[in-house]
Ligand binder design. Structure first.
Ligand code: ADP
Ligand code: MG
Length: 470
């Protein structure tokens, strides 16, 4: 079963000068063929890079693209239409800037703190005069943008004005202040949570980043947090993903950050490698089995030791074998108690597939270069008008479409060729609410579901549009 050595795609690692390497050969243990490497040297290196990928006949380029190379790599990806990037440039859209994270969340109706993005400084100033405080001001984009270093709390218009006049952040990006218990980092592979931990702020502080002296622990990450992280990973079509979720004092969950580039122990990168090998080999390599809440146990090991541990594997739950930890252990989760292995079927590892369209083309989404600070000063651009108004965040937004779960299923089954079996696959992947949202905003995301092709999506969209106009 599975592809032979010859049939396997040719892999390449995407490396960059001066950037830490997320993967190397050791994460792809057992891959029988040579894995190429292609290194981007920055500057005017685009054409040489493209040529090297072509010369090496690479089918799949694996690696993270840092913020400052993102736009160049969107161009590179266009010139290599037959190369699959893992993660895709669309998936890595959020890597570029906080603005992009926000636009991604707005599109998919994912909860985030209420966020304001202004390219027009005069309008921002008008808004800041009348809004409520405190607000959190952030630098949206820039190298080494992490750890709360470019995140500020302002308590009044005066403070906000002062900050923006000294910092010159562009765009002007700020959020409502959300009082929070902690923030939680969740890492996912194939939309399945594989690691999660709390990060709490030191006493009396509001920044929860551990780099600033907070604490972390792996115990009892709430269901609402894992569920949100799964939704976000699916929306991004991410092979692997990390999501920082704010756990509010109001009990609500909101996304703070998400990206494919994050710090992860080597054993987690091994799991990602194994997952990718499985996904690309049509079953030749074993799908990694990563039990839910493994992190509560692995988290007991000292980080120094954990950093050296490699290729951690787990046996699957087996009903006839009663010595198994992950089979016997129960856990309070959500409203009730569950066996851990039951949670494994609730949080499946999906085979993320390549998409054939561009979701976030730069012509439309690269606001930063289109509305660079110098342009705005020298021009009176009426075209800016539509970008000026802060768009309400998904935080309090609600769904306008009234349709019961039964009606929705009935409607989908009326689509020619959409069988009960296909419907089940769709509902395994997206719950009803997500499905409605996707039908409204991005039906092509249905192609994430195995067996759903572009033609089928077109038919579904037609039926959906007809339903709405009735
Ligand atoms: N809207 C907000 N309200 C309250 N605290 C926030 C808000 N946004 C961020 N923070 C705090 O600031 C920290 C850093 O913000 P984040 O957006 O993660 O930026 P960075 O890229 O610097 O990590 C978060 O971990 C959180 O503790
Ligand atoms: Mg952060």
């Amino acid at each position: 079963m599975g592809l032979s050595n010859k049939e396997l795609p040719k892999l390449g690692f995407l490396y960059m000068d001066y950037v830490l390497r997320f993967f190397d050969y050791s994460n792809f243990k057992g891959w029988p063929n040579k894995i190429e490497t292609v290194t981007y040297h920055w500057g005017k290196d685009k054409n040489r890079f493209i040529k090297e990928v072509k010369d090496k006949k690479i089918d799949v380029l694996i690696g993270n693209i840092p913020a400052t190379a993102y736009e160049t790599f969107r161009e590179i990806a266009r010139e290599l239409p037959n190369v699959r990037f893992i993660p895709s440039l669309d998936t890595q859209f959020s890597n570029k800037s906080k603005e992009n994270v926000t636009r991604f969340a707005w599109k998919y109706n994912l909860p985030i703190p209420k966020t304001y993005i202004y390219y027009n400084r005069e309008n921002a100033d008008k808004f800041l005069q009348k809004t409520e405080y405190p607000k959190i001001v952030k630098k949206s984009y820039g190298p080494s943008n992490y750890g709360g270093y470019f995140v500020h709390k302002v308590d009044s218009y005066k403070e906000a004005k002062e900050l923006f006049s000294t910092k010159k952040y562009h765009p002007m990006y700020f959020q409502d202040f959300v009082p929070m218990e902690a923030d939680i980092r969740v890492m996912l592979i194939g939309h399945k949570p594989v690691c999660a931990f709390w990060r709490r702020a030191p006493e009396g502080e509001w920044l929860t980043n551990t780099s600033q002296g907070g604490s972390m622990d792996y115990i009892d990450v709430p269901k609402s947090v894992l569920d949100l992280a799964v939704r976000v990973s699916k929306a991004a079509n991410a092979e692997y993903w990390a999501c920082d979720v704010a756990y509010g004092k109001d009990g609500k969950v909101r996304i703070l950050e998400c990206a494919t580039a994050f710090a992860a122990f080597p054993y987690i990168r091994d799991w990602i490698g194994q997952y990718i090998m499985w996904s690309l080999s049509e079953g030749r390599f074993r799908k990694p089995h990563i039990p839910m809440f493994n992190w509560e146990e692995l988290g007991k090991i000292s980080p120094d030791l954990l950093r050296t541990m490699r290729h951690i594997t787990f046996g699957k739950y087996n009903a006839s074998y009663d010595g198994s930890y992950f089979g016997k252990k129960k856990k309070m989760y959500g409203e009730s108690e569950h066996y851990l292995h039951e949670l494994d079927s609730a949080y499946k590892m999906f085979d993320v597939k390549e998409r054939t369209f561009e979701e976030w083309p730069s012509e439309k989404w690269n606001y930063q270069d289109r509305f660079a600070l110098k342009n705005i000063k020298s021009m009176k651009v009426p075209a800016l008008k539509t970008e000026e108004a802060p768009i309400p965040s998904g935080d309090e937004a609600s769904l306008a479409i009234e349709i019961s779960e039964e009606q929705l299923e009935h409607l989908l089954l009326s689509v020619k060729g959409l069988t009960e079996k296909k419907l089940k696959k769709i509902l395994d992947f997206y719950n009803h609410e997500e499905l409605i949202h996707i039908l409204e905003t991005d039906p092509r995301a249905l192609e994430n579901v195995k067996g759903i092709k572009t033609k089928m999506v077109e038919k579904i969209t037609a039926v959906w549009d007809e339903y709405k106009t009735k």
